[in-house]
Design a protein around this ligand. Structure first.
Ligand code: SF4
Ligand SMILES: [Fe+2]
Length: 289
């Protein structure tokens, strides 16, 4: 729980505050950029929420924060808002974990199964809500950095784990199916395709659902600063050349909603707009690598 005694000096006066335990994972500023901003080496409240929607999103940020560094001094109790619907049958699971440096995990609810993409912190309230919405059948992982409490969710739900074969497996994670990245793509179900995108790590995969939602882990994300999609060339643990090639490879796929591990989920009007943004990212990489 955030402590007022540790309140960061850069917060403005507000019901919300950030304390000095913040690890600067960036989650609160993509969830509610109106209220939270990076000041110095961490986040601070720089403006009180204006209106109901902004207040709601400030509470989303509070419960998503991996270090419980966001405090709220109001009297009303706000229950955790997760799983939080983003669009269609796609949900933000919240409860980010510091073990994955606050990476975002998602839930896809299909007719016959619920699928977790990467993993959040294990929180009993969240597990109960997943039970109430039919349980958890599959857990699919993009790469080794975003496993968090994946092993605990498997224990709770006896779900089936899909994991990149060439990435390091955390000791407690029991993998059911290894995804072989010598294959360019693997059809996991009629609507769900695993695409091998090495670069950030050796075995990194993206997941494309219904030719619309692209779950990208740490491969690709939208930069509001640059105004287009891009890849983390400065946080590349395996090969920048392979990262570049894997970004170019996405030209062959249709998608219009990019859901990354770090950074804001980005919805494009049309698949063509996503492709234009990808092309800008590729040109940017060519100049900056
Ligand atoms: S979500 Fe928490 S840890 Fe991450 S930047 Fe915000 S306050 Fe800091
Ligand atoms: Fe990563």
């Amino acid at each position: 729980m955030a402590r007022i005694q540790k309140k960061y000096r850069e917060n403005v006066e507000s019901e919300f505050f950030v304390d000095t335990t913040c690890i600067d994972c960036g989650t609160c500023y993509w969830v509610n950029p109106e209220v939270f901003k990076r000041v110095g080496n961490q986040s601070a409240v720089y403006q009180s929420p204006k209106g109901e929607e902004s207040e709601k999103l400030a509470h989303v940020a509070k419960y998503a924060c991996p270090t419980n560094s966001i405090g709220h001094r109001g009297n009303k109790i706000h229950p955790p808002p997760f799983p939080r619907n983003l669009e269609d049958n796609i949900y933000h699971l919240g409860f980010h974990d510091r073990k994955s440096f606050g990476a975002t995990s998602y839930l896809i609810k299909t007719k016959d199964k619920n699928i977790m993409v990467d993993s959040p912190r294990f929180v009993r309230k969240l597990a109960n809500r997943i039970h109430n919405s039919g349980g958890l059948h599959w857990q699919i992982f993009t790469h080794q950095d975003d496993v968090a409490d994946g092993d605990k969710y498997k224990e709770e739900f006896d779900s089936k784990i899909f994991y990149p074969k060439k990435d390091r497996v955390p000791p407690r994670l029991k993998v059911d199916t290894y995804l072989d990245s010598t294959k360019s793509e693997i059809q996991l179900s009629p609507d769900l395709l695993a695409i091998s995108v090495p670069g950030h790590t050796k075995g990194h995969f993206c997941y494309l659902y219904k030719e619309k939602f692209l779950f990208t882990g740490d491969h690709l994300c939208f930069s509001s600063h640059l105004g287009h999609l891009y890849a983390f060339i400065n946080h590349c643990w395996h090969s920048k050349q392979e990262l570049y090639d894997s970004v170019c490879k996405l030209r062959d796929y249709k998608f219009s909603y990019v859901l990354p591990g770090h950074g804001t989920p980005k919805k494009f009007e049309r698949a063509k707009d996503a492709m234009d943004s990808l092309e800008k990212g590729i040109s940017w990489m060519e100049k900056n690598m």
